[in-house]
Design a protein around this ligand. Structure first.
Ligand SMILES: Cc1cc2nc3c(=O)[nH]c(=O)nc-3n(C[C@H](O)[C@H](O)[C@H](O)COP(=O)(O)O)c2cc1C
Length: 399
């Protein structure tokens, strides 16, 4: 049996898989079902003090599909929870009583110092294990000076994180960052300076998901108008990977990864880049709490196959292989090769090379691509567009 438990900011999670702050964690009943299914922890949906007015609009979700793959990206115009701290206090107490070994975390957002500090004190008293602060919601809340307004400004980030940390006597404070900042490491450094315990990267990306060609109204149509939303799901995973890697390489602070994680192998990538907590939102909204079974089985089998006893052994293992662009070898040369047996003669590589790369592919009389090695730079475009796995591969040049 491999050990999947992982410590994040001093809190022991039975496994790294945690529900992110989202509709999936907006009631104790939902979180209880998730814990029963096997989730290690949950960040309850972001709450606020009772005086904060939260008025939601509907519909609030729109998706982008990629051919037959539903929900490559999800845009929401949801806000923080309509359930204020008084209800969340009760949820925390009930969940901790029923599931003492699971991690019950809360997410908070305040308009001013007193709000942030009150939220922390009340949640600590209710028995929460960890508090995440949303400095990162990209829509709705920034109009009120909250959410990503804070996370986009390292000074505000540091000041606000200090307030929160000052009020905490027992539980670790994690700051959830926005990717919408020129240098996410400057925000992570601000968190470190504040004394807060960890960061969570990332929240959704501010987006506009599409426009209805008949009505001219962008999606989602809320009574004739739309607005900008937050983009999540598989489409944003590369942005999250970059953010987590950048932080891990330059700031000594625990990182929770969230954004585009759907499978156990996605999770492994984030662990390899230094994350010690893995959060999921869109994948759970799409496929339900039951995906935890595949996540746990997949991760366990992978570790066994790698001969590793603990998930801890993965953390940060990919980081030494990331270098500045200027440090990459100019002497490393590759060339494309085509497997004639598996080629389906679709011409896609030919067209991509002709119009998007180096005109290094010819078609023979059978319409099978032939690489002109003198012209091929090994850019990888043909391999990237080829619909057949491992039909086109890049091989190091012999000389
Ligand atoms: C409908 C919806 C509501 C969300 N609400 C919150 C929230 O209240 N607080 C928060 O910090 N993040 C919230 N998020 C952001 C998620 O926690 C997460 O950071 C983001 O969706 C990226 O992860 P994913 O690609 O796994 O969905 C929400 C996301 C969605 C889709």
């Amino acid at each position: 049996m491999v050990d999947l438990s992982l410590e994040f900011c001093g809190v022991k999670f039975p496994n790294p898989f945690t529900l992110a702050a989202a509709p999936t964690t907006d009631s104790a009943e939902m979180v209880a079902r998730a814990f029963e299914a096997g989730w290690g922890g949950a960040i309850l949906k972001t709450t606020s003090v009772e005086t904060e007015v939260v008025e939601l609009v509907y519909p609030m979700m729109s998706g982008i599909d990629l051919e037959d793959k539903k929900l490559m990206g999800l845009q929401n115009i949801d806000l923080i929870s309509e359930r204020h701290i008084d209800e969340v206090e009760k949820d925390v107490k009930a969940l901790k009583k029923e599931f003492p070994d699971k991690v019950v975390a809360a997410s908070i957002m305040g308009a001013k110092k007193e709000d942030w500090q009150q939220l922390v004190r009340r949640l600590e008293a209710a028995g929460v294990d960890l508090i995440e602060c949303s400095f990162s919601c990209p829509h709705g809340m920034p109009e009120r000076g909250m959410g990503s307004t804070i996370g986009q400004d390292p000074e505000l980030t540091e000041r606000t994180a200090r307030w929160v940390k000052e009020a905490a006597t027992r539980v670790p404070i994690v700051i959830k960052l926005t990717p919408q900042i020129a240098d996410i490491t400057s925000a992570a450094r601000a968190v470190k300076r504040s004394g807060a315990d960890g960061v969570c990267a990332i929240n959704t990306l501010k987006s506009m998901i599409g426009v209805d060609l008949e009505t001219f109204i962008p999606y989602p149509n809320v009574g004739g108008y739309s607005t900008y939303g937050g983009y999540s799901g598989p489409a944003i995973k590369p942005v999250t990977l970059r953010c987590v890697a950048e932080i891990a390489k330059s700031v000594d602070i625990p990182i929770a990864a969230v954004g585009g994680i759907s499978t156990w192998s996605d999770a492994v990538e984030f662990l390899l880049l230094g994350a010690t907590n893995i959060q999921l939102c869109t994948a759970v909204m799409h496929n339900g709490f039951r995906i935890i079974e595949d996540l746990i089985d997949g991760l366990s089998v992978y570790l066994e196959e790698k001969g590793m006893n603990s998930v801890k052994e993965l953390v940060g293992k990919a980081l030494p292989y990331i270098a500045d662009h200027s440090k990459l070898s100019r002497d490393y040369k590759v060339v494309s090769t085509v497997n004639r047996e598996t080629c389906v003669k679709c011409d896609v590589c030919y067209i991509a090379c002709m119009d998007g790369a180096h005109q290094a592919i010819d078609l023979d009389e059978m319409r099978i691509p032939v690489i002109n090695e003198d012209k091929c730079k090994g850019c990888g475009m043909c391999e990237t567009v080829c619909p057949v796995e491992e039909c086109i591969t890049l091989k190091p040049r012999e000389s």
